[in-house]
Design a protein around this ligand. Structure first.
Ligand SMILES: [Zn+2]
Length: 419
């Protein structure tokens, strides 16, 4: 049993910070939490003195690509290195991401189930993983890997990551089943182009037809899987919402149609804006990407503010993978500095609300009795300065399921036993 004592607790529920808190961990669960003078525990337990530090739920990234290292064709076609080297690099990304306090990540495509199995077996350290395997889109959509010259992707480079391309409702249903067969915990699809998609296929260009996206959503739900949908604007964004996807990824032009945000609030659809990737794209060297990223910026900010006002669940996702791991908490800084969210709103977006987006709120996301002990201890107060979450030296401890993954406190901070 571990007793984490004396930290200021931000529990992820939105409750205000509690100074001098105690959290009791038994095995992989939190068994008690509250003010230190009210929480009792037996003797002979390990007491960890966290005075002067802040204790948070483990951070959750609702949109990452842990297996990606860039946007280039060499990376997308997995041609830049032997598969073994790519896998080992990805294993390092998993470790680095957990090191930064991210104890759960929803992967938005490009990570096969072997990584999740390796983490679950304890073979490699990493966050809890929720996988989508491959993004599903029609021909010409985001999963169409054809090169600018018209060449096709050189066959399935990784048999564990099937092509996500499907046309027509029946093929789309079969594709959802294939992803589930390959280990998908969530179904990822796209209904519009994006900032970085090919010239001629941008944020307002629709991918699936109404029948196709409806078939995808229905089949995913029949299989007990949620749907996370890449959609920026235009008719594809509306179709996704009407079909009943569970989260909108990016949603940069939600502000343009007055029906959309109320529809999200009413249906309980989460919003994962992924701000940081567009900071990267605003300086993208590709001539067609930069103007798209710059054009969408004011709409993105407006969409987030309107969504918050309407009571839509706005959660943190980075789309890291294209621009560099493991500075995932840069998203949180963007949410404060660019989108004007309060630090408390942002911390909830990366913990309690993020867990709701993943459908894992019974297990993770808040520091409450009965939850898994996924915890982060930081030196500093993220409510005053969110950037402490970007500084590895200030992330003093990371626990996942009660196990200490990282402990960067001074050795003198540990006391052996107490009453
Ligand atoms: Zn993405």
């Amino acid at each position: 049993m571990k007793v984490l004592k004396g930290a200021t607790l931000i529990d992820g529920t939105g409750a205000s910070a509690l100074s001098d808190a105690t959290v009791v961990v038994d095995g992989d669960r939190i068994v008690d939490v509250g003010p230190s003078d009210a929480v009792r525990h037996g003797s002979g337990v390990e007491v960890i003195d966290l005075s002067g530090m802040t204790l948070l739920p483990g951070l959750i990234d609702c949109h990452d690509h842990l297996g990606h290292t860039g946007y280039g064709l060499m990376d997308r076609w997995e041609l830049d290195a032997p598969p073994s080297l790519r896998h080992l690099r990805t294993a390092q990304v998993l470790k680095d991401t957990l090191d930064m306090g991210y104890t759960a990540v929803r992967d938005a495509g490009g990570l096969d189930q072997g990584f999740k199995q390796a983490v679950d077996e304890g073979l490699i350290p990493g966050p809890r993983l929720m996988l989508s395997i491959s993004l599903i889109s029609p021909t010409g959509g985001l999963s169409d890997m054809r090169s600018p010259s018209g060449h096709c992707c050189p066959g399935p480079v990784n048999l564990s990551l099937p092509s996500g391309m499907a046309d027509g409702p029946d093929a789309v249903r079969a594709k959802v089943r294939e992803m589930v067969r390959m280990g998908a915990d969530v179904i990822k699809c796209a209904t519009t182009g994006g900032a970085s998609s090919r010239p001629g296929h941008g944020p307002f260009d629709r991918e699936f037809s109404r029948q196709e996206i409806q078939a995808l959503v229905d089949e995913a739900h029949d299989q007990g899987r949620r749907v996370m949908c890449h959609a920026l604007g235009g008719p594809g964004l509306r179709l996704a919402l009407e079909a009943g996807v569970d989260s909108i990824e990016h949603g940069t032009y939600l502000d343009e149609d007055p029906d959309l945000i109320p529809m999200m609030a009413e249906k309980g659809i989460s919003y994962v804006p992924t701000l940081l990737v567009y900071v990267y794209h605003r300086e993208n060297v590709l001539a067609h990407v930069k103007p798209r990223a710059r054009d969408l910026y004011p709409h993105h900010m407006e969409s987030i503010q309107k969504a918050l006002k309407a009571g839509v669940r706005v959660v943190a996702g980075t789309d890291a993978g294209g621009w560099g791991h493991p500075r995932n908490a840069g998203e949180l800084q963007c949410m404060v500095d660019e989108a004007g969210m309060t630090p408390m709103q942002v911390l909830m977006a990366a913990t309690g609300l993020a867990a709701q987006c993943l459908g894992m709120e019974k297990e993770i996301g808040t520091v409450e009795k009965g939850k898994l002990a996924d915890l982060v201890v930081v030196d500093g107060d993220p409510l005053q300065d969110i950037k402490v979450l970007l500084d590895k030296a200030r992330i003093k401890m990371v626990l996942k399921g009660g196990q200490v993954h990282a402990d960067r406190r001074a050795v003198t901070g540990v006391k052996a036993a107490a009453g």
